[in-house]
Each structure stands twice: as structure tokens, then as C-alpha cells.
Ligand binder design. Structure first.
Ligand code: NAD
Ligand code: UDP
Length: 355
């Protein structure tokens, strides 16, 4: 049965977006404001940036609070919805301070759950495909309990996110809280940080600069890349789904490809002649990853719509401006603007706002 909510007709909410100055969080802030919500964006600016939300600061229904979710939080007034994106998401960033990452996942989620309980708010947790670890089941359904190395360098994030899911479901069992858990697979798009360290942003920035493309390992490991506009639509649909829909729900694009193939696609999209440079594979790097999205299709009526090429073009257009701002000489190596014109409408508006 398709129980998709008509999200364009829902009543407006007072929504807290934790991690709202980051890549995904800032796109959610935009979307919620466009839909008429009042948005409180909370962020400690660890990996996020004020410029992602600066154009929103004068919006009458937007408020920014600099706060670390590891600290308890008091907020005046009602809160209807809480999105929890607060956590570094790129492997180099979350491994920089592993204990801090674990605390953000566990204590941060606990603090937001307490707030949700006080306010009787519905809460959505941005969980991750990393809960499946280096999966032995392929593609990954939500019923797969995963294969995580508990003592490896990725565990601070993987196990932290797993514990956060546990807390969400315990709060539901103990306090009857309305919870939603989204397991997000690799997502890319405008507003990823230039030095984020994740593969799509790394490859695009390297290609635009004419620098070697750093492929880790043989490049035969796979990922499935979802464009941010598709993800944001799925997250909002999950948040507004009936109370009985708790998840976990996989949200991702099932189009699986090797890392070498994504490198070649980026070279093609940027017209770059950067060489591939093979580097050691990080410890515990998952070999294959692809979401099974039948739950999202059935319960939300959601599936991604934006093909990789179109999403990459929008992302390249964003990073071309970033690279030009920091390194004007690199723009001489750029493709002609016509090769970078295929942005989606929402992203075009957002990236113009973000300047
Ligand atoms: P991001 O790093 O751009 O955003 C994370 C945001 O959280 C940043 O603005 C950061 O400053 C903030 N933050 C970090 N620690 C905080 C703390 N202790 N207190 C308050 N704010 C804090 O990353 P993103 O890609 O936008 O990821 C957002 C969420 O989605 C993360 O929770 C991540 O685990 C999850 N996720 C993302 C992906 C993806 O592919 N982008 C995949 C799976 C899960
Ligand atoms: N990767 C790569 N070069 C880079 C960054 C990442 O080859 O410059 C690889 C990485 O080893 C992994 C894949 O790309 O196999 C996806 O990495 P990312 O950090 O984006 O996400 P995750 O590993 O968390 O899925």
C-alpha cells in the first residue's frame, strides 16, 4: 500500500535541524523554509559552515544557534519535529577525534531524544549504511544486521550510529516517542565541503584543479551514489509518514558502480585530463555497497529520480565556483560553462543563494 503523505498540503511545523549548517542539513533547512516551517538550525560548526545558511539568517522564520549536541539543550516554545544530522560524516573527519565522534553519536542523540520527549516532538535520526559495515549480504536490506569491526578505526562512527539507532528504538518502547530512522547511503551534491575527504568531492576538486585523482586501493570497491535533492525529498517523506512508520528505512540510489568508474565519470564530466593515482586502501574500507530500497518504495512511494550524470553536473558547477574563488588560475583548466549547465532547479536556486 502506498501511504505517501501529500507533503505540499501538510501544516507548517516548528522544526529543529541539528547539524543544519552541514551539507545535507542546510538543504533540509532550505526545503522546510520553502514549505512554510519555522526552522531552528543548531550546529557547532565542526564540519559545517555558516555560509551554507548565511542567506537564511534574515528569513523571519529561521534562527541559528551555535551549540554542541553533546551538551544538554533547553529551548523555549514548542518543537514539532527534530532532524538529527549532527555528526561528522566523512571518514577522515570522524576518525580525527574518534571519542568525540562516539560521544556526538550517543550523547548527542540522547540529548535530542530527551528534548523530543519534553516537547512531544517527532524525531528523525540520520543513520547510515555504515551500520552494515563491510557487508556480507548484497544488496543490503534493512533486515541485515551488519558486519562491523568493533575495534577498527571506522567503529567510532559505525558503532556510534548503531548505538544511536538503539537509543531511538528504546525511547520509542519506553516513552512512546514518534521516531524515524533513515539509513542514508553515499550522498553527494553542492555544499559538500571542498576538503571534506569523501570521494565525490575529492575527485571533482582534483579534476577541476588538474591534480591527480586519488583512487584508494584498486578502485574496484563499489558504492551507490544518491544526489542530495533526491535524499532530501526522501527524508521529508519519511518524517511526514504515518506515526507507525519508524524505519529503519534505506535511502539511497541503487545504481552501484566501482570507484574507478566514478573517477572516469568525473573526468568526463569536467573535461579534465588529470591522471589516476592509486593509493593504499584505508583499513576496513567496505568492498561493496548498494541499498535495497523496496521499503522506501512501498512505505513512502520514494525512489531516486536524478541520474548520476545530472547530479554530477550540478555538483561540478558548484565546485567550479568554489575552486575559482580560492584558486583563480585553476579556472583556466575548466571545461566550457555549457558542459556544466545541467543543474536541477532546486539546486540552482540553492547554490545561487549560497554565494
Ligand atoms: P556534514 O559534515 O556536512 O554535516 C554534519 C553537520 O553536523 C555539520 O554541520 C557539523 O558542524 C555538525 N556537527 C558535527 N558534530 C556536531 C556536534 N557535536 N554538535 C552540533 N553539530 C555538530 O555531513 P553530511 O554529509 O551533511 O551528514 C549529515 C548527517 O547525515 C550525518 O549525521 C551523517 O552521519 C549522515 N549521513 C550522511 C551521509 C552522506 O553520504 N552524506 C551518509 C550517511 C549518513
Ligand atoms: N575513496 C577514494 N579516493 C578518495 C576518497 C575516497 O578512492 O579520495 C574511496 C574510499 O576508499 C571508499 C570510497 O571511495 O572506497 C567511498 O569513500 P567515502 O569516504 O566517500 O565514503 P565511505 O567510505 O564512507 O562510503
Amino acid at each position: 500500500m502506498n501511504v505517501q503523505m501529500p507533503i505540499h498540503t501538510r501544516r507548517s511545523h516548528r522544526t529543529l535541524v541539528a547539524g543544519g549548517a552541514g551539507f545535507i542539513g542546510s538543504h533540509i533547512c532550505d526545503t522546510l523554509l520553502q514549505r512554510g516551517d519555522t526552522v531552528i538550525c543548531l550546529d557547532n560548526l565542526h564540519t559545517g559552515a555558516m555560509r551554507n545558511v548565511r542567506p537564511l539568517l534574515n528569513h523571519p522564520h529561521f534562527r541559528f544557534i551555535e551549540h554542541d549536541v553533546r551538551e544538554p539543550l533547553q529551548l523555549d516554545g514548542p518543537i514539532d519535529r527534530i532532524y538529527n544530522f549532527a555528526c561528522p560524516a566523512s571518514p577522515p573527519h570522524y576518525q580525527q577525534d574518534p571519542v568525540g565522534t562516539m560521544k556526538t553519536c550517543v550523547i548527542g542523540t540522547l540529548n535530542l531524544l530527551e528534548l523530543a520527549r519534553q516537547k512531544s516532538a517527532r524525531i528523525l535520526q540520520a543513520s547510515t549504511s555504515e551500520v552494515y559495515g563491510d557487508p556480507e549480504v548484497h544488496p543490503q536490506p534493512e533486515s541485515y544486521t551488519g558486519h562491523v569491526n568493533t575495534i577498527g578505526p571506522r567503529a567510532c562512527y559505525d558503532e556510534g550510529k548503531r548505538a544511536a539507532e538503539t537509543l531511538m528504538f528504546d525511547y520509542r518502547r519506553m516513552h512512546d516517542l514518534e521516531i524515524k530512522v533513515a539509513r542514508i547511503f553515499n550522498t553527494y551534491g553542492p555544499r559538500m565541503h571542498e576538503n571534506d575527504g569523501r570521494v565525490v568531492s575529492n575527485f571533482i576538486v582534483q579534476a577541476l584543479r588538474g591534480a591527480p585523482i586519488t583512487v584508494y586501493g584498486s578502485g574496484s570497491q563499489t558504492r551507490s551514489f544518491c544526489f542530495v535533492d533526491d535524499l532530501v525529498r526522501g527524508l521529508e517523506m519519511l518524517m511526514e509518514s504515518p506515526a507507525g512508520v519508524t524505519g529503519p528505512v534505506n535511502l539511497g540510489n541503487p545504481h552501484e558502480m566501482s570507484i574507478e568508474a566514478i573517477a572516469r565519470e568525473v573526468l568526463n564530466c569536467t573535461n579534465s585530463v588529470s591522471p589516476l593515482e592509486f593509493k593504499p586502501l584505508p583499513v576496513d574500507d567496505p568492498k561493496r555497497r548498494k541499498p535495497l530500497i523496496t521499503t522506501a518504495e512501498k512505505l513512502l512511494g520514494w525512489r531516486p529520480r536524478i541520474p548520476l550524470r545530472k547530479g554530477l553536473e550540478a555538483t561540478v558547477a558548484y565546485f567550479a565556483l568554489e575552486v575559482a574563488a580560492h584558486d583563480p588560475a585553476a579556472t583556466k583548466k575548466q571545461p566550457s560553462p555549457s558542459r556544466r549547465s545541467g543543474r536541477t532547479r532546486l539546486t540552482l536556486a540553492n547554490s545561487q543563494q549560497a554565494r
